[in-house]
Design a protein around this ligand. Structure first.
Ligand code: COA
Length: 576
């Protein structure tokens, strides 16, 4: 079918649908929901069989849904309606939640139901539930809905009206307000504070105050506090986070946004309040809340290095810490080192928010890309054991190439990679990609991957040879299988010869062209991106960080706007 994805932005769910539906053999194009007239134009140009709206912030124009089958993905159970579905589900402590595909009609989210999926809720930020459970459920529900379209057209199948749905427990819920989210530090328990912050994370955060300054709180994790602390008191810091006391413990707050400041976007808490937090004690404990953690298998043969940087963004100091952790893990008497990125993102490369907040974004970009390269180098030169990058979550830009610096790359099913840099103001990119990419897929495919600027399913990446394996339908299944495979690798009698081969290949590659030369070439381009007269990267980064609304759909996504595109005979469906 010809499917138009009408969406507010090309977010994780839209990327996943785009890539999966294309793999299913559909012709897929994307239009951002900018204005009614633009959406109408896209529909006229593409003449879609069906419009799927995975992520909208406003209603689909009547001029569209009356004439074309339009399916809305709503992140809620059947009957749930309104713009704050997941926020309320988390705040209300729902044990089960869902995602529903319904047909657009005059009343928002109240159209007939085409398909739905339910899932158990997890104690996690809203954005994480969205990227994982909602995304998986939505894909299954959209596939089911699409499988009914032919029968629906033939009059052999009809979606179920909400009123006819048996025991729908969802209901209309109004837009959530900051007063609904407000934390009462003198009364709210750790569990309540966590639920309130998680229900607002990644957007818009919970309006609160720190050090007497208004700010929004994000990225909360449970913590402990010594007896006798005052609820609301800031107890100390670690990495970018601060620990704040509650009535029955504490929470770690990783990120804050200071709306009235020079940098009104999300930043690590200790950076947003640099002066106020500088003298705070540096705390230990609460290992689960730390960004980096290391453990070994029972027999000591496999090391697991976890690095869970919020949103996969890696600032200069985070890269330095990770490089040190790789070196420390590298010195252990293990045979295999497994690198586990974050649960939601493996890595998304340099930290664009921290760069934007720096006195000199050019200098900070330069420091960050060099620190990122040092992480890659630490992996590339770890030649006395086998390294495995395991992508539990999505990866973008430099983060993808960081994974390729490992000997093996395994990804969870459903992971989406964006192994290209150009979307960020035509950035050339570094992370030794000019060495790592062709050595895995050859020059031509490498050029194509970089040039297409499209999301790539992990499954497809395996087929192209970009990564090695893709398995595990759920994060738990993936983790269990990673442990099993890593331990099998470590016990494999051929491991010693694999490591010897790897050392020989690294030496041969180094003799042919030293890593330092690849790095210097890439950085020459990056220097122009950062310091040259063309400001594209700085402009793109600024708009990315402050989340400027889209003003047009990029041509590589809006295929119906390609010059060569011929509109097929328009297929209108008398929807009503
Ligand atoms: N630096 C800082 N923040 C980043 C980031 C980065 N490199 N990459 C992603 N983020 C943040 C986003 O701003 C967003 O923040 P939010 O929590 O306020 O919503 C969050 O991570 C999730 O990103 P989003 O874009 O919503 O996720 P996605 O799954 O829809 O898209 C990418 C993933 C990778 C395509 C997209 O985030 C992206 O293009 N990131 C920039 C990659 C890049 O250019 N890195 C620099 C070059 S190495």
């Amino acid at each position: 079918m010809r499917i138009l994805l009408l969406t507010h932005s090309f977010n994780s769910l839209t990327q996943r649908l785009f890539a999966e539906l294309r793999e299913d053999g559909h012709e897929v194009s994307v239009e951002f929901d900018i204005a009614d007239s633009v959406a109408e134009e896209a529909v006229a140009l593409f003449a879609p069989d069906v419009i799927v709206a995975p992520f909208l912030k406003r209603a689909v124009p009547e001029s569209i849904w009356r004439r074309h089958l339009t399916l809305i993905v709503h992140p809620g159970i059947v009957g749930d309606r309104g713009p704050s579905a997941l926020d309320w589900a988390i705040l209300n402590g729902e044990a089960e939640w869902g995602v529903t595909v319904l047909q657009a009609e005059a009343q928002m989210d109240a159209g007939p139901i085409w398909a739905t999926r339910e899932f158990p809720m997890r104690a996690a930020p809203k954005a994480s539930i969205y990227r994982n459970e909602v995304c998986e459920g939505a894909l299954a529900a959209v596939r089911e809905a699409l499988s009914q379209v032919a029968d629906w057209r033939a009059g052999a199948w009809a979606p179920t009206a909400l009123a006819a749905w048996p025991a729908a427990r969802g209901q209309w819920r109004a837009l959530i307000r900051q007063t609904d989210r407000r934390i009462d530090w003198s009364a709210d328990t750790t569990a309540t504070v966590l639920a309130k912050i998680r229900a607002a994370d990644g957007f818009p955060g919970v309006a609160d105050a720190l050090f007497g300054e208004p700010c929004h709180l994000f990225d909360a994790q449970p913590g402990t506090a010594p007896a006798g602390t005052m609820p609301g008191e800031v107890l100390g810091r670690r990495e970018g986070a601060i620990r704040r006391a509650t009535v029955d413990g504490a929470v770690w707050i990783g990120h804050v946004k200071r709306s009235g400041s020079d940098h009104p976007f999300k930043l690590p808490a200790t950076l947003a309040f640099a002066d106020e937090t500088a003298a705070l004690p540096v705390l230990t404990g609460d290992a689960e809340a730390a960004e980096i953690g290391y453990r070994e298998s029972d027999d000591g043969a496999v090391g697991f290095l976890r690095f869970d940087f919020t949103n996969g963004a890696m600032s200069t100091v985070q890269c330095e810490r990770l490089r040190d952790a790789i070196e420390t893990a590298g010195a252990r008497p293990t045979r295999v080192l497994v690198l586990e990125g974050g649960r939601d993102f493996w890595s998304n490369g340099i930290h664009l928010n921290v760069i934007e907040a720096a006195e000199s974004p050019s200098d900070e970009s330069w420091a960050n890309i060099n620190a990122m390269n040092d992480v890659c180098l630490a992996l590339l030169t770890l030649t006395d054991k086998l390294t495995v990058a395991t992508m539990r979550g999505n990866a973008g830009a430099g983060g993808c190439f960081l994974a390729l610096a490992a000997d093996e790359v395994w990804a969870r099913e459903g992971v989406v990679m964006n192994p290209h840099y150009k979307n960020m103001g035509n950035l050339f990119g570094s992370e030794y990609w000019s060495y790592l990419l062709p050595r895995r897929v050859g020059e031509d495919v490498g050029r194509q991957i970089m040039g297409d600027r499209l999301p790539l399913l992990a499954r497809k990446a395996v087929a192209l040879g970009l990564i090695d394996e893709c398995f595990g339908a759920t994060p738990a299944a993936f983790a269990a299988e990673v442990a099993r495979r890593a331990e099998a690798l470590a016990a494999d009698p051929s491991l010693a010869s694999r490591i010897a081969d790897k050392q020989a290949r690294r030496s041969a590659d180094e003799a042919e062209k030293p890593l330092a030369e690849y790095r210097a070439e890439e950085l020459r381009h990056m220097q122009r991106n950062f310091y040259g007269f063309d400001p594209s990267y700085h402009v793109a980064r600024f708009h990315f960080v402050i989340k400027s609304p889209q003003s047009w759909t990029p041509r590589h996504l809006a295929r119906h706007r390609d010059l060569g595109w011929q509109a097929p005979a328009a297929k209108e469906s008398a929807v009503t």
